[in-house]
Design a protein. Structure first.
Length: 307
């Protein structure tokens, strides 16, 4: 099963072709207005009692600025043609091949960097270096990151570039006019909106209780993926779960014996207030313990690019 996005007017035609899976909400576009505010609050809350207090407080400043930018400098866009042509070509509408990186995200970079000046000299040096970059240099780095070539960009710079891009792409995703449909096809575990890697997966509360979704590291969309299945290779056998305290923990690592990768699963039924990026940082000790068992993380946390 793969998830594709089609324009609204094609939905009736698609519904005839889809199976029972279409009864499940397949994709949630982000709501950037509430998402960053909630994340900043969650980080401040977790920072009060965490092994990573300083880092959570640093990230909270970035996220608070992201929330302000959404409020004060929103983008205007009409993506009707983008969705229509992507559906025709059967590609993700905001994938780098279909929607090349432009320069609008760069407007968000300086305010985000300004939010964390004078914290320490390493961060200040990164900010000074990035401020010297030309638009072309910044675009080149953005393209490398969008292509998953993280090792080609200085880690500290990547954190700021990705944070600025995320403000831009989450708004694009929010404005996408298309609906998601499930179609038979190759197994794809990258974001059906922008083709980025997930941060982790989350088991939802509310009307979607018990369903599991992957959360995009760039555009913040969430897409459906069945539980008890490796999100990296589709394997359903010998999946092992680790947690730090007890079996009912709100965060576990889901480890695959087949491809030796793992991804965290956050469960809102256990903690309704969790935020996938904030709680991922707060549970880094679980990553260390899982990696000692020889599993490699398959997810990307945009605020951990510099660690
Ligand atoms: Zn995405
Ligand atoms: Zn696997």
């Amino acid at each position: 099963m793969s998830i594709n996005i089609v324009p609204q007017e094609q939905l009736a035609e698609q519904n005839d072709k889809t199976s029972i899976i279409s009864k499940i909400p397949l994709l949630f576009y982000p709501n950037p207005k509430t998402l960053y505010q909630h994340r900043a609050k969650r980080m401040a809350f977790l920072a009060k009692d965490s092994p990573f207090t300083d880092y959570l407080n640093f990230c909270a400043k970035i996220v608070l600025e992201q929330a302000k930018l959404i409020e004060n400098s929103p983008i205007k866009c009409d993506l009707t043609n983008t969705v229509a042509s992507a559906a025709q070509q059967k590609v993700a509408p905001l994938s780098i091949s279909h929607y090349p990186v432009d320069t609008q995200w760069i407007d968000y970079l300086s305010p985000i960097m300004d939010a964390v000046v004078n914290i320490n000299s390493e961060i200040d040096q990164t900010i000074e270096a990035l401020a010297q970059n030309t638009v072309q240099q910044l675009t080149d780095k953005a393209n490398l990151l969008r292509n998953g070539q993280f090792e080609q960009v200085n880690n500290n710079e990547a954190l700021f570039i990705w944070s600025a891009m995320s403000v831009y792409y989450s708004q694009l995703a929010h404005h996408l006019p298309g609906k998601a449909v499930a179609q038979m096809g190759e197994h794809r575990w990258l974001c059906p909106v922008c083709q980025s890697s997930p941060v982790a997966s989350i088991v939802h509360l509310g009307s979607h209780v018990g369903l599991r979704y992957l959360h995009c590291s760039l555009c913040e969309s969430e897409w459906y993926v069945p539980r008890s299945k490796c999100t990296n290779c589709d394997n359903m056998e010998n999946i092992t779960y680790y947690s730090l305290d007890d079996a009912l923990s709100a965060v576990k690592t889901e480890c695959c014996d087949h491809c030796h990768s793992y991804l965290k699963v956050f469960n809102q039924e256990r903690d309704p207030h969790l935020d996938i990026i904030a709680d991922d940082i707060n549970s880094l000790v679980l990553d260390m313990e899982t990696e000692q068992e020889k599993f490699a993380k398959s997810g990307v946390n945009p605020l951990l690019l510099s660690t």
